[in-house]
Design a protein around this ligand. Structure first.
Ligand code: NAD
Length: 496
């Protein structure tokens, strides 16, 4: 069985322990590799080498850093197909979607290539007689990223290009479900000329994560995953004195108003709900149909959901692949059953799907459930599968209140032709990322990505300006070059 190892100090490293976790191909349902589970000794080895590397990288010039970043950008771009194939084989998403993920990650690398512009500080001339003052930002040191299974390349790439561009050294703990992309990215960094020890990968699970959270040599932790784990990460790592950003789960609603182009709304909602088998933190999992929009919308969603081609992510023409594990499949199937038991109508039922040639794969077909109420389990829980729930309300205000009552606040969208309605929605909704006739409003790399409420524990959003802020700390200098002897004063310094 192929073993997936750590990457420490610019090379593959076996684990110091003997625990492993199985890595499956979700389309075939077969185990294809095993990933080592890092011990606290492995975390310690990675931190020691990252701390050594920081001594040099933290002092490196902006032009040296950007040279490496540009080279890395070229390499990832050139090898995108190979990287996407690795993702499809371990995650299950279709190849074109995996390529899209790589592209969205590359956008953050491109943003980081411009880091000298972003890091420019502020200068005030002559704040007092012969005194100037300036502020700028310095790196933190060794920082860590803990990432989920659903974007094995893009989510780590929300973090490390900016962390490294700003002069930090980085330890990635990828998801144990699809760990191979992390090692390919590590090799590409080395090929790009990044010094050994600046980018490291420690494979592992919860025990490895806890060793990271407790390690005194790590200054900051970025996390993306489910909300309960985000809370744990935030509490434990801040208690250990670290800076933390922890992005959690989601329940994303799209409101469809009666004046919307319903055909447009239905096709975009179908893609947003079932793309990547619903395993996106920005997937639309609830359609909130307002008034007269409902019947026609549900008819269109029904026929479009049935038309989706489901199969292996490697096969041409397939639009939706399997979900990530047998356990994930069972959870989703159980939630569909609970919706039926609790009085909703399962209009399109993905539970019984079988894909010819892939009978053991972890497939759940597109599922459309009408008449969902907020009390039902399928609404209360994050399904994270290809399930679209339809909720019917009478007015836009009711739709906004319904969304705001949900504990999550990651993404949301409104479909309408009315600017006034869109504006009322944007201003009224308690959600971090809002789309207007755009169902998956993932910000570009030069804006920051983050939700509200239970979708983000901590202060900072990812990438863009907030990412730069997260990975740096400010320093303000007040400087004088005395030409004449000046008397010192015991009073609080004030401007002369
Ligand atoms: P997860 O929370 O199970 O795992 C995320 C990471 O935490 C993994 O690296 C995992 O090894 C580690 N982990 C798991 N259990 C742990 C524990 N008890 N203690 C410490 N670490 C632990 O999430 P997942 O299933 O990999 O990913 C899906 C979740 O991620 C969904 O909830 C989804 O909404 C969320 N997500 C959120 C965003 C966002 O931007 N808000 C983006 C992508 C995914």
């Amino acid at each position: 069985m192929r073993s997936i190892e750590h990457w420490i100090d610019g090379a593959l490293k076996p684990s110091s322990g003997s625990v492993t976790s199985s890595v499956y191909n979700p389309a075939t349902g077969q185990q294809q590799a095993q990933v080592v589970i890092g011990s606290s000794a492995d975390v310690d080895a990675a931190v020691s080498c990252a701390a050594r590397a920081f001594e040099e990288w933290g002092q490196s010039s902006l032009s040296r850093r950007t040279k490496v970043l540009f080279a890395f950008r070229e390499l990832v771009n050139a090898r995108a197909q190979e990287l996407a194939e690795l993702i499809t084989d371990e995650h299950g998403k279709v190849l074109s979607d995996a390529l899209g993920e790589v592209q969205r990650g590359l956008e953050v690398v491109e943003f980081a290539c411009g880091i000298p512009q972003v890091l420019k500080g502020e200068f005030s001339d002559q704040v007092s007689a012969d005194v100037d003052s300036y502020s700028y930002r310095e790196p933190l040191g060794v920082v860590a990223g803990i990432t989920p299974f659903n974007f094995p390349a893009m989510v780590p790439m929300w973090m490390f290009p900016i962390a490294i561009a700003t002069g930090n050294t980085f330890i990635l703990k990828p998801s144990e479900r699809d760990p191979s992309a992390s090692l390919m990215l590590a090799r590409l960094w080395k090929e790009a000329g990044l010094p050994d020890g600046v980018f490291n990968v420690v494979q592992g699970d919860a025990s490895t994560v806890n060793a990271i959270l407790d390690h005194p040599g790590i200054s900051a932790v970025s996390f993306v995953g489910s909300t309960s784990i985000a809370r744990h990460i935030h509490a434990r790592a801040t208690a250990a004195g670290k800076r933390v950003q922890a992005l959690g789960g989601a329940k994303n609603h799209a409101v469809v108003l009666p004046d919307a182009d319903l055909e447009f709304a239905a096709s975009h909602l179908t893609a947003a709900a079932f793309g990547s088998a619903g395993e996106r933190c920005m997937a639309i999992s609830v359609a909130v149909a307002v008034g007269a929009a409902a019947n026609e919308l549900v008819e269109q969603l029904d026929s479009q959901a049935r038309a989706i081609s489901v199969g292996s992510g490697r096969d041409a023409g397939v639009e939706m692949g399997p979900v990530v594990t047998a356990h994930a499949k069972q959870r989703i199937v159980d939630l569909i059953a609970s919706a039926q038991d609790q009085g909703a109508q399962v209009r399109v039922d993905g539970r019984e799907i079988s894909v010819v040639g892939f009978e053991q794969g972890f497939f759940v077909g597109p599922t459309l459930i009408d008449g969902v109420a907020s009390s039902m389990d399928v609404y209360q829980q994050e399904v994270f599968g290809p399930v679209l729930a339809v909720v019917r309300v009478d007015t836009l205000d009711e739709a906004i209140a319904f969304i705001n009552a949900n504990p999550y606040g990651n993404g949301t969208a409104v479909f309408t032709n009315s600017g006034a309605a869109a504006r009322a929605f944007i201003r009224g909704v308690h959600v971090g990322m809002v789309g207007v006739n755009v169902p998956v409003p993932v910000p570009m790399a030069y804006h920051s990505f983050g939700g509200w409420k239970d979708s983000l524990i901590g202060e900072h959003h990812m990438h863009g300006p907030e990412g730069v802020h997260f990975y740096t700390r400010g320093k303000v200098v007040t400087a004088r070059w005395p030409q004449d002897a000046l008397g010192a004063s015991f009073d609080m310094p004030t401007a002369r």
